[in-house]
Write a protein of this length. Structure first.
Lengths: 294, 804
């Protein structure tokens, strides 16, 4: 058999129905009625492209842009809550968030370009289930929890348990991601999101999120997340372990590279390069986070 | 008597003629979204066509089932090769003397090839129809690697011509061979190489890229069954040639065909060719009398309409130990894809690739190019360059750099040593080209001074030492490139396309109140012709540029011309404009003499009119003369003031330039950061410095894209691995460095105003400068030649492999 068959990629979506509820209850009720090939529409910056390419063919779109309650960002003493429909632009520019958890803005600002970020949402980025998105690895590093709502109520799933690969996630068809809850990182923590891409508007060739706290001469509360170097976001716990205590940044970076599992070859380069790059970027991110930690 | 005129300088300024940085008149409509592109054209009842395309690189078509598609509401018809064959339209001639399947009949030869044309009431129904057509294929082994195309036992790609031993360009040695084209003196070159103290050999590959204009290709075809007229609005870089070809391959007489190129959103060679979409749209409207629109989407544009380059150039360059180049030989494997649809002048199957001796006085040279068929999209257009000139320029500029390293000589010094000298112009190269004018030493010296070249080399020494001490992972690269283009095709004696001589034309009509319309055979795709051609005329006929409308692109009104590509507009149509202007001026002189009651010879030109020699108070402005042309001409003279010129240029023009790129290459990340890019262009007489600067900025940005990332890549099965703008590298303002532009001005010795063309220079020179910079950086690790594109992973890989 001669390789993959590439069906004609179109730029014209097929037919679909459209609804715009004004509350979560209304939206979940719609999904209870019929969730088969029904997609919610957030910023549309992923789903609409997929529809144009006919890689995704929803029968119906439920537009969440009429639900204002989903846009709130709240920064508490112990917990941060970000409404799923908060735009990436909003996250970049929220002063309280910048103070409590600057990693989010640093990562969000490296998504795509200003136009995309103005429409694209944090929830859409996290719920999309694409390993190329930047938020999943960041949310895993932050140990975030995704609050999912359905007509039957709410439940939470950890970002670290959410992604299954190939655009599959723990979210059920009839559920909506309503909020992301993040434990507020300790005051004085260090952070960095280092991303290498080919050009503005491109997804990462590789990216590394680092979160840590100074503890005596070494580091504690270390977390590392890797973007677009496997078919799921990678929560590099084993690498993080190597950085704890007196820590060995070199070994942690090497471990992170080992945990990456990129495709053998794609237009961003061979697997060897992507893995190597994870180590290079991890070292840079660790150094940056350490320098920022107080 | 006229009142005393303003000083000449002031009047000259008022004309906004040659040399003025006049603002582009086109921009007002473009920046307000008021351009009118093909897709803006909506005709009553218009249908939409869309293609079913092959998912395979090479496969037999066993069956095509259109029933599900035609059952979709809104789908009007689906045509396949069978329907076209009934009208002898299943194949079309290419510009290169080959033929191309309009719709695939028995088999498909590249991924994305057109298989069926779905016609529907709107775009959505057409797309649904495309998805519903069922095609059964039987896959065949593909030929992807051009070096294996001519292997014994390689699969036969073109069944239709497999037994033909003669092609459009001579003998074919293999069923996948298109042509062998040679130029220069092989014996003399071999002897000179054998006698050389040093010979350097290298394979220089120029990857397959795509011009990727922002507007994709498309057309709206409309046949009026009552009066028998066919009108086609399309993204055509050569509307008249399209009309003639359409007439030759159809029952329509040429006067019944009207081709209109409206605003065009960039062409860069992509819109020179004739594509199946045009033929299908024309065929359907011809049969139905209903207008049909076809517009490619981005993926189709990248995968199916003409690519550029894919030249693999094996070079040998010979020199004396002290750096005097004695000889140059090149054998090229040219991957033309499944059909030879290159857009070159007919007698030049490898374009002007034999300009590859570049800016150097090389006594012996020889090139040989073998064109081969592969299972890839057809094309081979000149992407922002004259025919195969970027390839030639990249080849020689890399070879010279590689030679410099072998000689342990500074690459700038080696260039200076071998440049054609100012006093040698007009200079005839070993390949027989007559270079019109040049002053290379002055240009390069100015460039080297501007960037502080000597200091940069000092800094590079320190950087390399620091790298060796492990203090940095970044290497400094200084890329010096010097180019000579050959543009302005061209003299009818050696340039034609399908028998149409490559002259161009201008027709001017002066209105009674002193304004004018000029029509030309060219067509702007962003070059700013309406601005700059009006400036040429302003200087020639003394009416303000703002009073001159420039119109192009409608074959019913414009004089015949061969269109815009290969930087030919200014060298050829610009010359025609000047010559037509001079005819106007000659008649105007007789009218002025009549009005002033003196002899013609007693008048002289004075910026915007004629004055009596020795008495400048006696004068007639062009505006006055224009009015007189309609009511008071000399006895026996026809009224009116019009002129037309068809200009057959005596020679090509040879713009040149010196470009220097300073870049830092990180060997860990593979990221190249351009610190500085300096571009000195000499395009002869400068018509509009601001337009030149804009063209240079655009061309440099495209050269950055090509050198650093653009590639239409295929996997081993012939799948295009990156057919969208996520993968295909179009840099944004963020990736684009600040360009420093500069110039010298060495007029052409034969062009009426001394101009040479500039729109493509930056692409020709820029690619070499970027590549030389990256290679110069990596040279410290022992890399001799890293192939383009210099994207992150390839740079990393080159550095890593060199260290091994
Ligand atoms: C040119 C371009 C470049 C890009 N580059 C990057 C990049 O570098 N990094 C990056 O991370 N992203 C990038 N993106 C994607 C962008 O960030 C999207 O905004 C994001 O992936 C999806 O968010 P959205 O709000 O647009 O969601 P949509 O596109 O509306 O939805 C995406 C998917 O998530 C589902 N979904 C959305 N919200 C919810 C919800 N609340 N509950 C349940 N399901 C939901 C939808 O049903 C859909 O399946 C790029 C996009 C473009 C167009």
């Amino acid at each position: 058999m001669l390789g993959r068959i590439r069906e004609r990629e179109n730029m014209i979506p097929g037919k679909f129905a459209y609804a715009k509820p004004s509350s979560v209850a209304e939206a979940t009720a719609m999904l209870k009625e019929d969730a088969d090939e029904v997609y919610v529409l957030a910023g549309g910056q992923s789903i609409i492209s997929m529809m144009k390419l006919r890689q995704s063919a929803p029968r119906r779109l439920i537009d969440l842009n009429g639900i204002d309650e989903l846009r709130a960002i709240e920064v508490g003493a112990d917990e941060i809550s970000i409404g799923a429909m908060a735009t990436q632009h909003q996250v970049i520019n929220d002063a309280k968030l910048a103070e409590a958890c600057p990693l989010l803005a640093e990562a969000a600002a490296q998504i795509a370009d200003p136009q995309v970020r103005y429409r694209g949402t944090i929830g859409g980025n996290a719920a999309n289930g694409d390993q190329a998105n930047d938020m999943p690895a960041v949310m895993q590093a932050l140990d975030a929890e995704y609050v999912l709502a359905s007509a039957d109520g709410e439940r939470s799933v950890k970002a670290r348990d959410f992604y299954e690969g190939g655009l599959e996630t723990e979210r059920a068809e009839n559920e909506i991601l309503v909020r992301i809850k993040i434990p507020r990182p300790a005051a004085g923590h260090g952070w960095a999101y280092v991303k290498q891409k080919r050009k503005t508007g491109d997804y990462a060739t590789a990216a590394v999120a680092v979160l840590l706290r100074k503890d005596g001469g070494g580091f504690a509360d270390v977390a590392l997340g890797l973007t677009n170097v496997a078919d799921v976001p990678v929560c590099a716990t084993e690498a993080a372990e190597l950085l704890k205590g007196p820590g060995d940044a070199e070994a942690a970076a090497a471990k992170a590279a080992e945990l990456a599992d990129p495709p053998e070859m794609d237009p961003r380069g061979p697997a060897e390069f992507r893995r190597h790059l994870v180590a290079v970027l991890a070292k840079e991110a660790i150094a940056a986070a350490a320098a920022r930690a107080k | 008597m006229s009142e005393a005129p303003a000083p000449a300088a002031e009047r000259r300024k008022g004309l906004q003629g040659i040399g003025a940085s006049r603002k582009r008149v086109e921009d007002a409509r473009f920046i307000q979204g008021k351009g009118r592109y093909v897709d803006d054209i909506k005709l009553p009842g218009m249908l939409f066509g869309d293609f079913v395309r092959s998912p395979y690189a090479h496969a037999k078509i066993k069956s095509i089932d259109i029933s599900a598609a035609t059952a979709i509401e809104g789908v009007v018809t689906v045509i396949t090769a069978k329907e076209l064959a009934a009208h002898s339209l299943d194949w079309m001639p290419t510009l290169a003397g080959d033929k191309q399947a309009v719709l695939a009949g028995d088999k498909v030869l590249f991924q994305g090839q057109e298989v069926a044309f779905v016609v529907a009431a709107d775009r959505y129904a057409a797309a649904d129809g495309v998805a519903a057509v069922k095609v059964e294929y039987e896959d065949l082994p593909p030929v992807i690697d051009p070096f294996k195309a001519m292997d014994e036992g390689a699969p036969v790609l073109r069944e239709d011509i497999k037994d033909q031993t003669e092609g459009a360009h001579g003998k074919r040695d293999h069923h996948n061979h298109i042509f062998n084209w040679q130029f220069g003196d092989s014996d003399a070159t071999e002897k000179a190489l054998a006698d050389s103290e040093i010979v350097v050999e290298e394979m220089i590959s120029y990857q397959r890229v795509h011009p990727c204009p922002l507007e994709t290709c498309g057309c709206v075809a409309s046949y009026d069954k009552v009066n028998g007229k066919m009108t086609v609005y399309g993204t055509f870089q050569a509307p008249h040639a399209v009309r003639t070809v359409a007439s030759l391959i159809s029952p329509l007489a040429e006067h019944d065909i009207r081709i209109v190129s409206p605003d065009i959103g960039g062409g860069f060679g992509n819109k020179v060719g004739v594509y199946p979409g045009y033929i299908c749209a024309i065929a359907v409207t011809f049969l139905t009398g209903i207008p049909v629109k076809w517009i490619e989407d981005r993926t189709e544009n990248l995968m199916a309409t003409a690519f550029a380059r894919d030249y693999h150039m094996k070079g040998r360059i010979g020199a004396t130990k002290d750096g005097r180049i004695t000889s140059l030989a090149c054998h090229t494997i040219a991957d033309h894809g499944a059909f030879d649809a290159c857009a070159d002048p007919t007698k030049w199957p490898a374009g002007f690739f034999n300009i590859c001796t570049g800016s150097y006085d090389i006594p012996a040279a020889h090139v040989s190019v073998d064109g081969v068929y592969t299972n890839k999209a057809p094309g081979g257009v000149a992407y922002r360059c004259s025919f195969r000139v970027t390839e030639a320029s990249y080849f020689i500029e890399r070879m010279v750099d590689i030679l410099a390293r072998r000689l342990d000589m500074d690459p700038a010094e080696l260039r200076r040593k071998n440049f054609i000298k100012k006093e040698q112009f007009p200079y005839t190269s070993a390949m027989g080209w007559e270079y019109d004018s040049g002053d290379y030493h002055t240009a390069l010296d100015k460039a080297l001074d501007a960037v502080g070249y000597a200091k940069l080399r000092e800094e590079q020494k320190e950087n390399r030492a620091a790298f060796d001490r492990g203090e940095t992972r970044s290497l400094l690269g200084v890329g010096v490139a010097f180019f000579t283009e050959i543009v302005g095709a061209g003299p009818i004696k050696n340039c034609d396309i399908l028998g149409l001589g490559m002259f161009d034309s201008c027709e001017i009509r002066i209105h009674p109140t002193g304004s004018a319309i000029a029509r030309l055979g060219t067509i702007s795709q962003g070059q700013g012709h309406s601005t700059t051609f009006a400036q040429i005329l302003a200087t020639e006929i003394g009416l303000p540029a703002s009073s001159i409308t420039v119109e192009e692109g409608d074959t019913d009104t414009a004089p015949y011309g061969l269109g815009t590509y290969g930087s030919r507009s200014t060298p050829v149509a610009g010359a025609a404009a000047a010559m037509a202007g001079r005819k106007i001026r000659a008649k105007a002189q007789m009218i002025a003499a009549h009005l002033l009651e003196v002899h013609d010879d007693d008048l002289e030109w004075d910026v915007d009119g004629f004055v009596v020699k020795g008495d400048s108070s006696k004068r007639k402005t062009m505006a006055e003369i224009a009015f007189a042309a309609y009511n008071n001409v000399p006895p026996n003279m026809e009224p009116g003031l019009e002129a037309v010129s068809y200009y057959d240029p005596p020679n090509m023009t040879y713009p040149f330039g010196a470009y220097i790129c300073v870049a830092d290459v990180n060997v860990d990340t593979g990221v190249t950061t351009v610190r500085r890019f300096y571009a000195l262009d000499d395009c002869g007489t400068r018509i509009n410095p601001m337009v030149i600067e804009g063209q240079v900025h655009g061309g440099l940005t495209e050269s950055l894209a090509i050198a650093m990332g653009q590639e239409i890549a295929y996997d081993a099965d012939g799948n295009v691995t990156g057919g969208s703008l996520i993968d295909y590298y179009l840099p944004t303002a963020v990736e684009t460095p600040a360009w420093e532009t500069d110039y010298t001005e060495t007029p052409s010795n034969h062009h009426p105003i001394g101009a040479k063309g500039v729109g493509e220079s930056p692409n020709v020179g820029g690619v070499s400068a970027f590549s030389n910079a990256v290679n110069d950086a990596l040279a410290h690790l022992g890399v001799v030649h890293a192939q383009m594109p210099h994207d992150h992973w390839r740079v990393w890989q080159a550095a890593r492999q060199a260290k091994k």
